[in-house]
Design a protein around this ligand. Structure first.
Ligand SMILES: [Zn+2]
Length: 133
């Protein structure tokens, strides 16, 4: 039996790929290669996680964010101590911030840069301003 897949890591990789693909020309070979990687990665992730991820991205929100010193980097609110303890126990279960709904993972303070996580800013794409009826 091998270890269960770390969906947190996969989600982070997916976000990386998605973010980098946004700057690529759709006809370029790097775009195609990245799209392939994205497809492969998405194939490994449960649908429930993907739809949450996609829903957040499509609303221009951070899909997954590190927790640093007990604070979610997506919404900058402190998480309950018990939550932080769960996270730091390092199991691979995907956790969601109860304040903002982002996927969260524990980031060790040493390796953390102070850059905020890349938000999925829908800049070039036109987005429907009033989708809700
Ligand atoms: Zn949050």
């Amino acid at each position: 039996m091998h270890k269960s897949p770390n969906h947190n890591a996969q989600l982070r990789e997916l976000l990386d790929l998605d973010n980098s693909r946004r700057g690529m020309k759709p006809k370029s070979s790097t775009f195609a290669a990245t799209s392939q990687k994205i497809d492969a990665l998405r194939g490994k992730l449960p649908t429930a996680l993907l739809s949450h991820y996609d829903a957040r991205r499509s609303r221009g929100k951070v899909p997954i964010a590190p927790v640093i010193k007990g604070v979610c980097r997506a919404c900058h609110l402190s998480l309950p101590k018990g939550r932080v303890a769960d996270l730091s126990r390092g199991d691979d279960a995907v956790q969601v911030c109860e304040n903002c709904g982002a996927f969260i993972y524990m980031e060790s303070e040493e390796t953390t840069s102070l850059e905020p996580p890349m938000a999925a800013t829908p800049k070039s794409k036109k987005r429907p301003l009033s989708k809700a009826k």
